[in-house]
Design a protein around this ligand. Sequence first.
Ligand SMILES: C[S@@+](CC[C@H](N)C(=O)[O-])C[C@H]1O[C@@H](n2cnc3c(N)ncnc32)[C@H](O)[C@@H]1O
Length: 226
Amino acid sequence: MEDKSRNIQQMFDNIAHRYDLLNRILSFRRDVAWRKKAIKLMDIKKGQRVLDVACGTGDMITELRKQIGFVDIVGTDFSKNMLVKAVEKGVDADLLAGDAHFLPFKNKSFDKIMIAFGFRNVTDKEQGLSEFYRILKDDGRLCILEFSQPEGPLFGRLYKFYFRKVLPFMGGIISGNKNAYEYLPESVYKFPKKDLYKAMILNAGFKKVEFNPMTFGICDATICYK
Ligand SMILES: C[S@@+](CC[C@H](N)C(=O)[O-])C[C@H]1O[C@@H](n2cnc3c(N)ncnc32)[C@H](O)[C@@H]1O
């Protein structure tokens, strides 16, 4: 694993104990609604096999269980402490350690793949996308739920202030790890712009991409069709 990835892994190991609480506070509970909407866009049918990449403490899996019920779910993440939290919470899925760059699954083994707030941390995005494409069945779908940059002069500026100043301050106090909450806005601003992002997804082999902005564009559920 390259150094950058290892630092990200350590960072999530360090904040795992406070991760859920901070998510709820800093997003004003919108994170729950964003996951719900992302699942709705995926047209997941009972009995399908779904992979949650970078599953963290398992909130996407919990939401999948609530909405779809009988579905075969596998969760994977490279942070051991995040996975331990998921187990402590009683998250109902097969959970295993795995790096999004080299997923331990056979070709065409999932109907649907979700990755929520994880893709911006994948250091080699082309490699990640090609792995997702490889393990998706034909006609499968990938959902990349990720923060985005809201546009508009007033809201955009207010949001920037919140994201760059308030969030790292509060995140630092509650988690005891200011760096992690400085890294969050940094990684969102470094995320590839829409045209490049779309081109990367299509280059990986996906035939269609749909953007679904939410909450004034703070977040986007990008659906990629194999
Ligand atoms: C912001 S958390 C999101 C967790 C969860 N998906 C959610 O919706 O709350 C990002 C997660 O991505 C994981 N992650 C980052 N890069 C990864 C990689 N290359 N492979 C596997 N997991 C990764 C981190 O360990 C962390 O648990």
